[in-house]
Design a protein around this ligand. Structure first.
Ligand code: C5P
Length: 221
C-alpha cells in the first residue's frame, strides 16, 4: 500500500513550497495538480478558445494530452508533448486555469491522471479537491491556508524574484476573485475535508509548517 499526503487550500497559501519540502524529506513524489489545470488552460489560451465557453472547452478536451514526468525529482508538465513547466507559471495562465477548472470534462480528465500517479507511488499531492475528491482515503489530509493579504504579499515577492513583477493590490484582488470562484463552483469546490487538519500559515515559517505536516503524517501512517 502506498502513502498519500493530501494538501489542499487556496492560492498562495504555500501549498507547493510545503508539499515539495515534505516530499523531499520523506522521499515521496510531489504531485502539483494545479500545474495540470494550468497546462490545459495554456492550450485554451493558445487556441484562442474563450475559457468561459464551457461547451467549446469541453469539446477541446480530447485534443489535449497532459503528461507528467519527473526530472531529478522535479515534476515536469508536457502539453501535447511539449514541456510547458515554465510557461504555465504566468498569472494569466493561473487565472484561466481557475476558469476552466469548473468544467466537468476538464476535471474528469485530470482527476484520472492524479489517481493513476497516486496508485503507483508514495505521494504528496496538492490542489483544491485532493482530500475531498481525488484521494478520499489519503493517509493524512492537510488544509493549508493564510489570510488573503499575506498570500498576496507572498505571491508578489515570488513574482518579483522570478523577474515577473506585479502590482500588490491587483494580485490581492485576483487572489480574492480566484478564491471565490474555487470555493463556489458546483463541482468539487475548494473546502476543508471533514477529516483534514487545518494549518493557518499566516504567522508560521516554512520549516515550522513542514514539520507540522510531517508530524501529522507520522501520527496517522
Ligand atoms: O494551484 P494553482 O494556482 O496552480 O492552480 C490553478 C487553478 O487550478 C486554481 O485556481 C484552481 O481553480 C484549479 N485547480 C483545481 N483543482 C486542483 C488544482 C487546481 O481546480 N486540484
Amino acid at each position: 500500500m502506498s502513502y498519500a499526503i493530501a494538501i489542499d487550500g487556496p492560492s498562495g497559501a504555500g501549498k507547493s513550497t510545503i508539499a515539495k519540502r515534505v516530499a523531499k524529506e520523506l522521499s515521496f513524489i510531489y504531485v502539483d495538480t494545479g500545474a495540470m489545470y494550468r497546462a490545459m488552460a495554456l492550450y485554451v489560451l493558445e487556441q484562442n478558445i474563450d475559457p468561459q465557453d464551457q461547451a467549446k472547452v469541453a469539446a477541446a478536451c480530447p485534443d489535449i494530452d497532459v503528461t507528467i514526468l519527473y526530472e531529478d525529482g522535479v515534476q515536469q508538465v508536457l502539453l501535447n508533448g511539449k514541456n510547458v513547466s515554465a510557461e504555465i507559471r504566468q498569472e494569466i495562465v493561473g487565472n484561466t486555469a481557475s476558469k476552466i477548472s469548473v468544467i466537468k470534462e476538464v476535471r474528469e480528465k485530470l482527476v484520472a491522471l492524479q489517481r493513476q500517479l497516486a496508485a503507483k507511488e508514495n505521494v504528496v499531492m496538492d490542489g483544491r479537491d485532493i482530500g475531498t475528491q481525488v484521494l478520499p482515503d489519503a493517509t493524512v489530509k492537510i488544509y493549508l491556508t493564510a489570510s488573503a493579504k499575506e498570500r498576496a504579499k507572498r505571491r508578489y515577492l515570488e513574482l518579483q524574484e522570478k523577474g515577473m513583477p506585479g502590482e500588490l493590490d491587483q494580485i490581492e484582488a485576483d487572489i480574492i476573485e480566484r478564491d471565490n470562484r474555487d470555493m463556489n463552483r458546483e463541482i468539487s469546490p475548494l473546502r476543508q475535508a471533514e477529516d483534514a487538519v487545518l494549518v493557518d500559515t499566516s504567522f508560521m515559517g516554512i520549516e515550522e509548517v513542514t514539520a507540522a505536516v510531517i508530524a501529522e503524517f507520522e501520527k496517522k501512517k
